[in-house]
Design a binder for this molecule. Structure first.
Ligand code: SAH
Ligand code: SF4
Length: 446
């Protein structure tokens, strides 16, 4: 979501004549797009602002904007920081170019956040944000041939640990006609993979002439010529409709990949997290998903060290990971977020060392499973969408060693590394897998 916001803002500024630089010392304006999901992410922003303070000493005219979730959460407090000139929340991304112009003209700090973030935004505001989204979606893509389209804003789930509903506001589904038109235009411009984004993307629901669901979107977007793969993230296991699985099973362009976080395997913890399902219901849903989409790749998120998590609760999580056999999991240490129900009502009582041990242990389990799973790919040829040169030098005793090492992903979201010309970036190629590890498949261009 943040990558998309950053891309929209930078292409809006590019159209106003700004140029992107990757060196802070060259910049006239520095924009920091922030995340509030864990304290660590916020700490890093403050440490960056500390560095920027030194830059500002030499160049007092340097303008610094802090945008995104942290801006909404801290508002005035952030604005009072010596380094900060502009603070704008995630529901104000369309105002950023104007805020910069005003700050330059008036030599004054600018603040734009939503006062009552949980209030349903008026329709005009929604269409303004939609217009911004549509106007600036085509300039800048995180990866060649790939684009994100937001289908929903905000979240109404209020998982007890989570800050998102308090910084991104209420859940709103964007009109299907606008989404479809965006997808069609992006495909025309050469985009081959579209990822639909929402905090709980499976609950997409738009009331027009009839009710449109995520399955309807998948079906419509599938018909667009030129598009090859369609993905959607992130799914919530509560109220997951079978129609989405059926769409995945029957529409060849919809990738057989589900990112569907369980967060914990213990019913006691799931209840305290306000997730709205039990471990048994989650496992039943995953079994059903695999029955409908037999080769489905499942990815998850887990939080370790949630308040009250005992060894027994933790073992239940370990058990769930073994039972579901995830393709990969993101593991997070619980971080109390100010204003959330968990932070207000529950003591952060799992010691830091225990959180750390549990984090390491779960990663070991996830990797064990992945290592065994990935071996089945040895000798197979897979279709890969090439992302570009690999940033990390992988050990790969393959052919074409005179060519750079490229990285790409399969429809199931497996990471594939192989040697080939950089000109393949953004293209689909076939790669024969020769070696595998827990995180990577290594291959040769077929
Ligand atoms: N809307 C998505 C993702 C939300 S944030 C979803 O519901 O799946 C991404 C991940 O961060 C979550 O899945 C959760 O595992 C983690 N997370 C959220 N709040 C957290 C907190 N307070 N401490 C640690 N991890 C957290
Ligand atoms: Fe946060 Fe839960 Fe909403 Fe995901 S579904 S954004 S974890 S409140």
């Amino acid at each position: 979501m943040n990558k998309l916001d950053s891309a929209l803002v930078s292409s809006a500024l590019a159209q106003q004549g700004y140029e992107l630089t990757d060196k802070a010392t060259d910049a006239d304006v520095i924009i920091i797009n922030t995340c509030s999901v864990r304290e660590h992410a916020e700490d890093r922003v403050f440490s960056n602002l500390g560095h920027i303070k030194h830059l500002k000493k030499d160049r007092p005219q340097l303008l610094v904007a802090v945008i995104g979730c942290m801006a909404q959460r801290l508002g005035e407090e952030l604005l009072s920081h010596d380094s900060v000139d502009i603070v704008a929340g995630p529901t104000q991304i369309d105002e950023i170019p104007a805020l910069i112009t005003r700050a330059l003209a008036e030599h004054q700090k600018q603040l734009s956040v939503t006062d009552e973030i949980r209030r349903q935004p008026p329709d005009e505001r929604e269409s303004e944000l939609d217009d911004f989204e549509v106007a600036y979606d085509s300039d800048k893509h995180h990866l060649k041939s790939q684009a994100f389209i937001r289908v929903m804003r905000g979240c109404n789930n209020f998982c007890s640990y989570c800050i998102v509903p308090y910084v991104r506001g209420p859940e709103v589904s964007r009109p299907p006609a606008v989404i479809f038109e965006q997808a069609r235009r992006l495909a025309e411009q050469g985009i081959r993979q579209i990822t639909l984004l929402g905090q709980t993307v499976n609950s997409y629901r738009y009331k027009g002439a009839r009710i449109y669901t995520l399955a309807d979107l998948l079906e419509q977007i599938s018909e667009i010529e030129g598009l090859h793969w369609i993905r959607f993230i992130t799914s919530h296991p509560g109220k997951f409709e079978e129609s989405i699985l059926n769409a995945m099973a029957t529409l060849p362009k919809v990738c057989p990949y589900l990112h569907i976080p369980a967060q914990s395997g213990s019913n006691k913890i799931l209840k305290a997290m306000n997730r709205g399902y039990t471990a048994e219901q989650y496992i039943e849903l995953m079994d059903k998903a695999r029955a409908i989409v037999p080769d489905l790749a499942i990815a998850g998120d887990f939080i370790v060290g949630f308040p009250g998590e005992t060894d027994e609760d933790f073992q239940a999580t370990e058990h769930m990971i073994r039972r579901v056999r995830y393709k990969n999991c993101f593991i997070f240490k619980y971080s109390p977020r100010p204003g959330t129900r968990a932070e207000q009502k529950l003591a952060d009582d799992v010691p830091a060392e225990v959180k750390q041990q549990r984090n390491v242990r779960l990663l070991e389990v996830v990797n064990q499973i992945a290592e065994a799973n990935n071996r089945v790919f040895e000798g197979r040829t897979l279709e890969v969408l090439v992302e570009g040169p690999s940033k990390k030098a992988h050990l790969n005793k393959a052919e074409h060693l005179n060519e750079p090492q490229l990285i790409g992903r399969t429809a199931h979201d497996y990471i594939v590394v192989f040697n080939g010309p950089e000109s393949l970036t953004g293209q689909f190629v076939n790669v024969r897998i020769v070696k595998t590890s827990a995180l990577t498949l290594f291959g040769e261009l077929a």
